[in-house]
Design a protein around this ligand. Structure first.
Ligand code: HEC
Length: 296
C-alpha cells in the first residue's frame, strides 16, 4: 500500500521512458519518430491514458484499504504519507554544503559588536560550498602556474595556431561534403573516378550533340586538342561551361541547368579528354594553352 513517489513524478518518468524507447527503436532518420510517423502519437496518447487509468485505479484501491484501517493505523499512514519527499543522500550533501550552525548556538552568542545604523552582523561560519570553491581556485592557480609558467607547456600563440589548424581542417572536411560550394574561384580539377564518371554522364546527356561523344567536335569545337578558343585549364573551362561561349556561337551558359558541382565534374571530364584521339577530330581552333602561360 505504500507508494514512494507521487503520481506527478511516476507518470512523466514512465511516459518519457516509453517515448525514449520508441525513439531508440524506430528508425526515423533525422526527424523524431513522432513527427515522421504521426501514428505513433496515437500510440503515445493511448499509453498516457493507460498510465492515468492505472493511477486512478491504484488511488481507488488505496482509498478502500484506507477506510478499513483502525484509527491509529490511519494516523500512522497519513503521517508517513505527508512526510516531505526527499532523497536521503542528496539531502545530506545539501546540508553538508550549506553548513549548519552548531547545536545550541543562538544569534545573540554570535552577534558582532558593530552596528551600522541599527543593522547588525552575525558572525556565522562561512558556508562550506563557498570555502571549497575557494580551495578549488587556489589549487587551480597552483596547477596553472606550474604548468604554464614553470614548465611552459604551451603559449597562447601556440594554442592559437593549434586552433586555427583544427578549424582549417574542419573547413576542408566541410568542403568535401559540400562540393556544391565550388565556384570559378575555388574550382579545382577533380580526379576521383566517381567525379569523372558523373562528369561523363553529364557530358553524354548534355554536350554530345555539339561536341561528339569523344569530344572530337561538331557544332562545337574539338575538346581533346591543345587549342582552346576560350582558354584551357580547369578555371577557364569551368567558366566557359558556367557562363557560356561567345554570343551567337551556340554554347549556352549551363549554370541555369547544372549545379556547380556538376559543372566542376563535367569540366574535369572535358579536361580528362585532352590528348585522346577522337574518331573525327575537328581542326584545332583557338590558341595553344598551357598552365604556365595562361592566356585569358
Ligand atoms: C548547342 C551546341 C553545344 C552544346 C550542347 C554544348 N556546347 Fe560547348 N561549345 C559549343 C560551341 C559552338 C562552342 C564554341 C563557343 C565559342 O566559340 O565561343 C563551345 C565551346 C565549348 C568549350 C570551350 C572550348 C574552347 O575551345 O575554348 C567547352 C569547354 C565546352 N563547349 C564544353 C561544353 C560542355 C561541357 C557541354 C555540355 C554541358 C557543352 N559544351 C555543350 C557548342 C555547344
Amino acid at each position: 500500500m505504500k507508494r514512494f513517489t507521487p503520481w506527478w513524478i511516476r507518470i512523466p518518468v514512465v511516459f518519457f521512458a516509453i517515448v525514449g524507447l520508441m525513439e531508440y527503436s524506430i528508425d526515423s532518420g533525422d526527424q523524431p519518430a513522432f513527427i515522421a510517423f504521426p501514428i505513433t502519437l496515437l500510440f503515445l496518447g493511448l499509453i498516457l491514458l493507460v498510465l492515468i487509468a492505472i493511477e486512478l485505479i491504484l488511488d481507488a484501491v488505496e482509498n478502500v484499504l484506507f477506510q478499513g484501517l483502525s484509527v491509529e493505523a490511519k494516523e500512522r499512514y497519513l503521517a508517513e504519507k505527508n512526510k516531505p519527499i526527499r532523497i536521503a543522500w542528496l539531502h545530506k550533501i545539501w546540508i553538508a554544503l550549506i553548513g549548519k550552525k552548531a547545536e545550541g548556538i543562538t544569534d545573540e552568542a554570535i552577534i558582532l559588536d558593530h552596528d551600522y545604523d541599527g543593522i547588525k552582523e552575525l558572525d556565522n561560519n562561512l558556508p562550506p560550498w563557498w570555502i571549497y570553491l575557494f580551495y578549488a581556485t587556489a589549487l587551480f592557480a597552483v596547477v596553472y602556474l606550474v604548468r604554464f609558467d614553470v614548465f611552459k607547456d604551451y603559449t597562447q600563440d601556440e594554442e592559437y595556431e593549434q586552433e586555427v589548424a583544427v578549424a582549417l581542417a574542419a573547413i576542408e572536411a566541410y568542403k568535401k561534403t559540400a562540393k556544391d560550394l565550388v565556384d570559378i574561384n575555388t574550382v579545382t580539377l577533380l580526379t576521383e573516378s566517381s567525379d569523372l564518371s558523373s562528369g561523363k554522364n553529364i557530358f553524354e546527356s548534355n554536350c554530345v550533340a555539339c561536341h561528339m561523344a569523344d569530344g572530337g567536335g561538331g557544332i562545337g569545337p574539338n575538346l581533346t586538342d591543345q587549342h582552346w578558343i576560350l582558354g584551357g585549364g580547369i578555371k577557364n573551362v569551368f567558366r566557359t561551361i558556367s557562363e557560356g561561349g561567345r554570343d551567337g556561337k551556340g554554347m549556352i551558359a549551363w549554370k541555369q541547368s547544372l549545379k556547380p558541382v556538376e559543372m566542376a565534374q563535367v569540366a574535369s571530364y572535358v579536361i580528362s579528354l585532352g590528348g585522346t584521339t577522337p574518331a573525327q577530330p575537328k581542326p584545332a581552333e583557338g590558341e595553344v594553352w598551357s598552365e604556365e602561360a595562361p592566356q585569358e
